[in-house]
Design a protein around this ligand. Structure first.
Ligand SMILES: [Zn+2]
Length: 455
């Protein structure tokens, strides 16, 4: 057999662990793994490199279309180019920030149209659960092929924009979970207590607080833990499978672990930035590092790493949530948009911080960036280097420090809290279904070989 592509001599992360071997690809799929496999049209020499399954970033916000309101936020072209450069071969796209929000069949089609011919990576979709789509919207999204659902327990959305996303109240969360349960798909949840965080924020702002440190104090740990417990209780009642997004404190993870041991179908993620930054450095960086839940203190970060390494956190995401620079350029942190641009710096930062600095195994690295998110959202062709799976790879050069510069970023708006940081590993090549979508020598490919994954 003659293959389309062969990746040779790399340290390949298989399900059984890493092994120095070759991987052969035909028609976009992995067809053989082993030594002396024969000839291929194209060969990639991966000597000295780690060959990992391409990252499945399960939490990415693309704002396309912007609906005349957010037209200069991240689009599909720049967003997926950033994925290519960062080793992300597929991602789960959030149903909010784009206008209209993805909450029914019509808005899902608008989103699919907006991405037509503009994708460099593959995209799975979240449909929204909002108080205003309980009369058929959930079922339309299921029919339209969303892989999962997403809701907010924290306040979100701009009520002056028609069709913008909206957080659930307790009743719509309960009713929505009943409807999502019937689809068999997972509901991902942003769990923060809306009433308390809103009020604490309002009081701090009125008192003249301006710092990120003060902002963090308005979203204390218990305001994460309480809604996680509430969501788990509702899940037990409704039989809905749930996933808690971007947990920022070990106490929140412990609630998930406890519930899972009691038989609840619940998983969780954290984000790269919670494992990298801590409260003390936020004000020196500025509002570009503002997000919610907020980045907590060093002790908390240590606890989060323990939860990752123990396997209690199922996967790590970027929560790539970009906006325009003017919304970050504020003297008062309370007035700035909350959201971090990070999709391009998951793989390199996690490899450095996890594998190189904390001794994480390569197998666990592949699990938390690819295998576990693919499994949770049923992206069955994704997430592992195994015969029959999509030929999605990221080639990583270990122990190769570089300092991230703004011009390295493929984002539409080149802002990121990682700028100026030395990162100890590099993504040198990214392959999507056998196509090289990024290489260090040639940059991001001009082809648009990505596709929407419909379930
Ligand atoms: Zn989010």
């Amino acid at each position: 057999m003659s293959y389309d592509l062969m990746i040779k001599n790399g340290l390949v992360i298989l399900e059984s662990g890493e092994v120095k071997t070759d991987v052969a690809v035909k028609d976009g799929v992995i067809v053989a793994i082993g030594d002396d496999l024969g000839e291929a049209d194209k060969e990639i020499d991966a000597a000295g490199l780690v060959v990992s399954p391409g990252m499945v970033d399960a939490h990415v916000h693309i704002t396309d279309p912007g609906g005349g309101y957010r037209d200069q936020w991240e689009g599909y072209v720049t967003g997926t180019a950033s994925c290519a450069k960062g080793g992300v071969t597929s991602f789960m796209e959030m149903p909010l920030n784009q206008v209209p929000a993805t909450v029914d069949g019509k808005s899902l089609d608008i989103k699919y149209d907006a991405g037509k011919g503009k994708l460099k990576s593959d995209v799975g979709s979240f449909g929204g659960l909002v108080p205003f789509n309980l009369e058929g919207g959930i079922q339309e999204l299921d029919n339209g092929g969303v892989a999962a659902y997403k809701c907010f327990m924290a306040t979100c959305g701009d009520r002056s924009i028609d069709g913008d996303f909206m957080n659930v109240d307790d009743y719509s969360l309960y009713e929505g979970m009943k409807q999502v349960a019937k689809t068999g798909k997972v509901l991902a949840i942003h769990a923060e207590n809306a009433a308390i965080t809103d009020k604490l924020g309002e009081i701090a702002y009125k008192n003249g607080e301006t710092t990120l440190k003060a902002y963090v104090a308005t979203r204390p740990v218990f305001t994460e833990v309480e809604p996680i417990r509430r969501a788990i209780l509702f899940a037990k009642e409704t039989g809905c499978r749930i996933h808690i997004c971007h947990i920022a404190c070990p106490e929140g993870v412990e609630e998930v672990t406890k519930a899972r041991r009691a038989g609840v179908d619940v998983t969780c993620e954290t984000c790269t930035h919670y494992l990298y930054f801590d409260t003390d450095e936020l004000d020196a960086i500025g509002p570009v590092v503002k997000c919610s839940p907020p980045i907590r203190d060093k002790e908390n970060q240590k606890g989060m790493w323990e939860k990752v390494l123990s396997g209690e956190i199922d996967f790590v995401t970027s929560d790539h949530s970009p906006c325009t620079p003017d919304l970050k350029d504020k003297d008062n942190a309370f007035e700035a948009w909350g959201g971090i641009s990070g999709v391009q710096n998951n793989v390199d930062v996690l490899f450095d911080e996890g594998v190189q600095k904390r001794g994480m195994s390569l197998k666990q690295f592949a699990d938390i960036i690819a295998t576990n998110p693919a499994d949770r959202y049923d992206l069955d062709q994704k997430g592992r280097i195994s015969v029959g799976k999509d030929a999605d790879f990221v080639l990583i050069k270990p122990n190769a420090p570089y300092t991230l510069k703004a011009e390295d970023l493929e984002y539409r708006n080149k802002i990121s809290p990682y700028i100026g940081r030395e990162i100890g590993a590099q993504v040198v090549q990214t392959v999507l279904r056998g196509h090289v979508i990024y290489s260090k020598e040639e940059g991001v490919s001009t082809d648009f070989v990505g596709a929407f994954i419909k379930k």
